[in-house]
Design a binder for this molecule. Structure first.
Ligand code: AQP
Length: 336
């Protein structure tokens, strides 16, 4: 029997090579043998300040990237989070069953709160940032997925999702929620910032030099990779602690070419950093150029793109609505 897979990407910015290698490329691999529900998390995106136009543009652009990267709309259910209202409804129920202390303990909340304060000292911290994990729990629990492919930085949120599911199962009805399992693809690497390779490559990074965006052209890729931090040894070896810059470049190369790190190391044995960087520039460009062309095609026909998302939302809604009804009944909200 097919396994159900649920995941998403937040529409906080332009997609990065990290989002592709760490998430979207895995969705593409998983779609042949599983039932996929892949969404664009535009409600999670408003937990930090974001301009109206940017949010709408990001949402459509991400949909176009999904399909351009190879997610097949005839096989996978791709939808926008806000189009399935059940996410926010279940989120509220979960919120009422969560504790302030457990939400305040989330490291992502603490990190994002600190970053938001650094950017603007006078800003108040939005409550949405605090309750983000309850929305994420709802995103997951509505679909009863067998696998949830998310990065290791989401492990804590997934653990909270399990806690909430178990709490409600114990309080209202055993088996109300299926306990989700995190899925991490084999040989998958965390892609790091080009200028500070101890930090994750993130779409909301303020410095574009840290990030390869999926939309970057050859010149931009060349400039960014040439300036990527390495070290003075000129020895191509994978060692995250001592050589984080070179290790990151090796991880990027290995991920794109489907090689193991050992294979990548032996390919570059006796070569210098200049060769490594030139090779990586070509590898990234060869990966991205055809995807960029397809993405532009999807974006140029927005009506068809929106139709695909609506179809995906309709499919998602059937499952989400039935689960929500079951929950409402179990907790007494459904009074009829
Ligand atoms: N650098 C990365 N390396 C590997 N995987 C990554 N992912 C993100 N960055 C990397 C994976 O992409 C998926 C989507 O993540 P998200 O958009 O929901 O949130 P995120 O993990 O916080 O991604 P970003 O790019 O860092 O976004 P911002 O800047 O908004 O916080 C996840 O599966 C994630 O693991």
């Amino acid at each position: 029997m097919k396994k159900r897979v649920l995941s998403g990407v937040t529409s906080t910015g332009k997609l990065t090579l990290g989002n592709y290698l760490g998430a979207i490329s895995n969705f593409v691999k998983l779609q042949t043998e599983n039932e996929l529900f892949i969404f664009i998390a535009n409600l999670h995106a408003i937990t930090i300040p974001i301009a109206k136009k940017e949010l709408a543009t990001n949402t459509l652009e991400i949909a176009a990237w999904y399909f351009a990267c190879g997610i097949d709309p005839n096989v996978a259910n791709v939808f926008v989070q806000s189009d399935v209202l059940e996410h926010t409804q279940l989120s509220y129920i979960l919120l009422c069953n969560s504790y302030l202390g457990e939400l305040e303990r989330m490291t992502q909340f603490k990190d994002k709160m600190q970053k938001t304060k650094q950017q603007n000292k006078t800003i108040s911290i939005p409550t949405g940032l605090l309750v983000y994990p309850t929305l994420m729990a709802a995103d997951i629990l509505l679909y009863e997925p067998d696998l949830v492919p998310v990065g290791s930085d989401q492990t804590q949120h997934l653990e909270l999702t399990k806690t909430l599911a178990e709490r409600l199962n114990a309080k209202y009805q055993a088996n109300l929620f299926k306990i989700p399992q995190q899925y991490q693809a084999q040989h998958s690497h965390r892609i790091m910032s080009l200028q500070d390779p101890t930090k994750k490559m993130s779409k909301s990074d303020d410095n574009p030099k840290n990030v390869i965006f999926l939309s970057d052209d050859l010149n931009t890729i060349t400039e960014k990779i040439k300036k990527a931090v390495t070290d003075s040894e000129n020895i191509i070896k994978y060692d995250i602690e001592k050589k984080p810059g070179v290790s990151n470049l090796l991880a990027i190369y290995a991920s794109i070419t489907n090689k193991t790190i050992a294979e990548a190391e032996s390919y570059f044995a006796s070569k210098d950093y200049s060769f490594l960087k030139t090779e990586i520039i070509t590898t990234i460009h060869n990966l991205l150029a055809p995807i960029q062309e397809k993405q532009q095609k999807y974006l140029s026909d927005q009506a068809s793109l929106i139709k695909l998302l609506q179809q995906g939302a309709e499919n998602a809604k059937k499952i989400a609505a039935s689960k929500l009804q079951e929950v409402q009944k179990a907790i007494g909200i459904n009074y009829q």
